[in-house]
Design a protein around this ligand. Structure first.
Ligand SMILES: Cc1ncc(COP(=O)(O)O)c(C=O)c1O
Length: 401
């Protein structure tokens, strides 16, 4: 069977899984070591571990809602982002306010954001898509001028920095995701970080009240990680890729998601994975540079956020094709040659079925988001991508017409 390179992922060494079964005898709580590392490295006062990144977003939004005036109920997000973001907003009982994106950066279209009437605004969110950092200085200014909480969603950009300050640590609070396709992974998981005493005060009790993961949940976490670690390899990835009920790569709008703490197994694995994060991000950058430069030179493609001098640590490389049919044909060709290229989100947030009732005003049409949903494909950048795969990607995309 042909090798198939997974669209995204992070290799998890088996030795980490073994170590997670035998935590150090002197550690009272297995998460302590991971939390300590984040607090020290990222200069963070409060850090909480949850079973998902969207759960972390939900708790931040709940805290902001409790602290703000009652008419402040809208959360501003880009019209093209992960469907988990609107899911968390709706679960927190808030309304979604959309702003179009700039396809060159996948960040906000800032002239549109500056024009938004934010009298009912509670918060604005940075989404740092694919690891391309949002313009945090602009967002800090806009949030300050409009009395909005600034939430730094670094689900896709853990380990990247603006100068010496890490993505996720800007604004009032931030999150990281430990999901399967993220910068580092525990199969699933979320990290909530904040230096804001008032937000932490509201979050503290609600998170400690969450049920502790059962033994069954620990066994499930271990077996998920074991299978993930095995089947992410190009030799074996074609097996999970063919199992439809795994729903690999699907993104759903589901405000009814469950909230729970991160399992002990996942805490231990995360503490070990954290030591690998900057090395893995460097590999992603190196792979992205090799492919990105060739595609830019080709002239038919646009790579959002790409600069040769400051290439982001893309969790996958986003490539905007000249049109939709070109994009779909390119994906088919790449898959047939062993590279599991994929689309990212199938539509803008405003086009998700059933979302209308949760949207604020002026949420009808977003040309930037629609164009990107129509034409964007993603290329793997993870450490299982080898030079021969890179050559296949470049030559396949060069053949397209
Ligand atoms: C931008 C963004 N925010 C939030 C999330 C939610 O993270 P999780 O999948 O861990 O719930 C994701 C996940 O894909 C994401 O991409």
């Amino acid at each position: 069977m042909l090798d198939l390179v997974a669209p995204a992922g992070t290799p998890v060494p088996f030795s980490f899984l073994l170590k997670s079964l035998f935590p150090l005898p002197d550690s009272k709580e297995r998460g302590d070591s991971f939390i300590d590392k984040i607090q020290q490295e990222y200069s963070i006062e409060y850090c909480y571990l949850l079973s998902t990144g969207r759960g972390a977003l939900y708790f931040i939004l709940q805290a902001a809602k409790q602290l703000a005036d009652p008419e402040k109920r809208e959360v501003i997000i880009p019209a093209y982002t992960c469907f988990s973001v609107p899911s968390a907003i709706v679960k927190a009982g808030l309304r979604i306010r959309l702003v179009d994106i700039d396809p060159r950066t996948l960040d906000y279209n800032y002239s549109q954001l500056e024009g938004v009437d934010s009298k009912d605004g509670l918060a604005v969110m940075a989404c740092n898509l694919f690891g391309i950092l949002s313009d945090m200085h602009k967002l800090e200014r806009i949030a300050g001028e409009n009395q909005l909480y600034l939430i730094d969603d670094a689900a896709q950009s853990m380990g990247s920095r603006h100068g010496s300050k890490y993505s996720g640590t800007f604004g009032d609070a931030g999150i990281f995701s430990l999901g399967r396709g993220k910068n580092m992974t525990a199969y699933e998981g979320g990290v909530l970080v904040t230096n804001n005493d008032r937000i932490a005060g509201k979050i503290d009790d609600s998170i400690t009240e969450l049920a502790k993961p059962s033994i069954k949940a620990e066994i499930k976490a271990f077996s998920n990680l074991l299978f993930y670690s095995l089947f992410l390899r190009p030799r074996l990835y074609w097996i999970p890729a063919r199992i439809p009920f795994l729903h690999l790569g699907e993104t759903v709008f589901d405000p009814d998601f469950k909230l729970s703490q991160l399992s002990g197994i996942q805490k231990s694995v995360s503490a070990l994975m954290f030591n690998e994060l900057s090395g893995i991000n460097s590999i992603r950058k190196k792979n992205a540079l090799a492919i990105g430069q060739a595609l830019i030179d080709n002239g038919s493609y646009m790579i959002p956020g790409y600069t040769e001098s400051n290439c982001p640590a893309y969790i996958r490389l986003p490539v905007i094709c000249p049109n939709n049919s070109w994009r779909d044909r390119a994906i088919q060709k790449l898959v047939s040659r062993g590279i599991n290229a994929t689309i990212m989100y199938p539509c803008g947030i405003h086009q998700i079925p059933g979302i209308r009732e949760h949207l604020g005003p002026d949420c009808g049409h977003f040309p930037g988001a629609e164009m990107v949903a129509d034409r964007l494909l993603t290329i793997p950048t993870h450490p299982y991508l080898k030079q021969t795969h890179i050559e296949t990607i470049i030559s396949t995309l060069a053949e397209m017409k």
